[in-house]
Write a protein that binds this ligand. Structure first.
Ligand code: HEM
Length: 503
């Protein structure tokens, strides 16, 4: 018995040594820090137990190891590439660098049939139906809806005591963006801004539970994520509720007459997607991918869940950063207000033309996305061995390449005005013609963010409406210290602002 136990122990030790050597040791000539078993570099970089955010950890590693280095994000080995010409090479050579397996592995646990997990012919089929949803004209048709939602939030703020320090700005931004998302995606009122406590209705709660479950998956190995989701009854209930609502909404859409459907297609995702539903799903499923047409119901459900995860938290995070940065930079706030006051219309009027003329506000939105990019990175998988042009680094088929958006945005070689300064005027002055790959909040090229027009438009509308009405002031060095909190997006950790109405 003792012998058998010792043998089993020995086998386990040998297996751990094998896994450590095979998967958790530096490969090739690229620099990096020898990783720990399972945790990779996360403990050494301070991400685990020392509260250092992943963007800051990658920045420190870059200072230590240069523009190209190996990094273990938990159990995943990635090659971080920060030299701007190498970045341009990776993002423009789509036949060598395709969507990163690191992200598709995570996403496919939740929505295997959404565009983010598709490649090749399946990607083309999905893209044909999905990309049209985000056309500029469709996005702009939601202007009044967005303004109405901000106005509802303003009513709530007006009822508060002026000296209150709002420390739940991030959550409030999430409720605001989620409420708007309910209409744009489903043409459905989540009623989130109606009640006292932002609870909304059954679907609101389910959407929030679904997003919370997603947070856990980010840095966990896929098998742990799958087990977690299998036993997470809250997640499973949320998915069922969303599915039930979505299928009901689809049935409802199918009963609409052609004229009303055409009308609703102008603004609402689901109304557009119903027209791409396959008439005979089992027939389409039996065809080779190249011959398939339309989307199945399951695919439509997965796309909607993806839009929720990809679009809601990122945009809310950017808005929360905007509010935090405004409270720290009263000069910038005054300039936005002056621009709003000087370009015609009544003080409360926001039209498309008026928005287009707000050049300074564009600079502020750009600067918020540069200074605090909501997403950490774009990830690509190397399809064939390649050498990077700037660093000369040798990459091998199957390597995962991570482009750290934050590092590029703060690289002193790429910005004439100190990149650690929050200074929107840079886009009108010395940094007007910055390198296009220095600023990549939505990434670029094949597989760039498909929702960027919507996100940019939404941010500008929400920021303009807020600035027409209120001023944010710093709630104090501790409660309003910013800092990073990395979930799906890189969120501000501490925001504490006072809100005063301008009239
Ligand atoms: C401020 C808000 C947003 C930011 C900063 C952002 C940023 C990004 C980034 C960096 C990527 C990765 C691109 C790559 O790998 O090259 C991405 C992908 C994506 N985004 Fe966004 N995004 C935002 C809002 C949205 C919205 C509103 C939607 C839709 C409702 C959306 C949908 C997507 C989708 C579907 C992808 C995957 C595209 C693909 O795999 O082909 N995003 N986003």
């Amino acid at each position: 018995m003792l012998f058998e136990l010792c043998l089993i122990l020995l086998l386990i030790i040998l297996y751990v040594i094998y896994v450590k050597r095979r998967y958790f040791s530096l490969h090739g000539s690229l620099p990096g820090l020898s990783p720990h078993f399972l945790f990779g570099n996360l403990i050494q970089a301070g991400v685990l137990f020392r509260n250092i955010s992943v963007p800051n950890a990658l920045r420190q590693f870059k200072a230590r190891y240069g523009d190209v280095f190996q990094f273990w994000l938990g159990s995943s080995r990635i090659i971080v590439v920060s030299g701007v010409e190498d970045v341009q090479h990776v993002l423009t050579h789509r036949h060598i660098y395709d969507k990163g397996a690191l992200s598709t592995r995570t996403f496919s646990i939740l929505f295997p049939d959404a565009i983010v997990c598709c490649k090749g012919a399946k990607y083309k089929r999905h893209a044909a139906y999905i990309l049209t949803l985000f056309r500029r004209t469709k996005v702009m048709a939601n202007l009044d809806l967005m303004i109405d939602h901000v106005d509802k939030l303003l009513v709530r703020w007006r009822a508060n005591d002026i000296d209150i320090i709002h420390q739940n700005i991030l959550q409030q931004c999430q409720y605001l963006v989620l409420g708007i998302f309910g209409f744009i995606a489903f043409d459905y009122d989540l009623e989130i801004l109606n009640g006292e406590d932002f609870t909304g209705n059954e679907l609101t709660q389910a959407l929030q539970d679904f997003v919370s479950a997603f947070q856990f998956l980010l840095f966990s190995p896929s098998f742990i994520s799958s087990i977690y989701l299998k036993f997470n009854s809250r997640y499973r209930r949320a998915r069922e509720v969303i599915k039930r609502h979505l299928y009901q909404i689809i049935e409802q859409e199918l009963t609409e007459n052609e004229e009303s459907l055409a009308n609703r297609k102008r603004t609402c995702f689901i109304a557009s997607l119903v027209t791409s539903l396959q008439e005979n799903e089992s027939l389409e499923a039996s065809k080779p991918e190249e011959d398939k047409k339309g989307l199945s119901r399951q695919e439509v459900l997965d796309e909607m869940l993806l839009f929720l995860v990809a679009g809601f938290e990122t945009t809310a995070t950017a808005l929360a950063w905007f509010i935090h940065l405004m409270s720290k930079h009263p000069r910038v706030q005054s300039k936005i207000k002056a621009e709003l006051a000087s370009n015609g219309g009544t003080t409360q009027d926001i039209t498309q033309d008026r928005l287009d003329s707000l050049v300074y506000l564009d600079c502020v939105v750009n600067e918020v996305l540069r200074f605090c990019p909501p997403l950490l990175a774009a990830v690509r998988t190397v399809g064939v061995d390649d050498v990077l042009p700037q660093s000369g680094a040798q990459l091998h088929e199957g390597d995962e390449v991570l482009i750290p958006i934050h590092n590029l945005a703060r690289d002193t070689r790429l910005w004439s005005i100190d990149p650690d300064l929050f200074y929107p005027e840079r886009f009108l002055e010395a940094d007007k013609n910055h390198h296009p790959y220095a600023l990549l909040p939505f990434s670029t090229g094949h597989r760039q963010c498909i929702g960027q027009d919507l996100a940019r438009f939404e941010l500008k509308v929400l920021a303009a409406r807020l600035m027409q009405n209120v001023t944010f002031t710093d709630g104090g060095p501790q409660v309003n210290s910013g800092g990073h909190f990395a979930r799906v997006s890189v969120m501000p950790k501490h925001i504490g602002v006072k809100i005063s109405f301008d009239y």
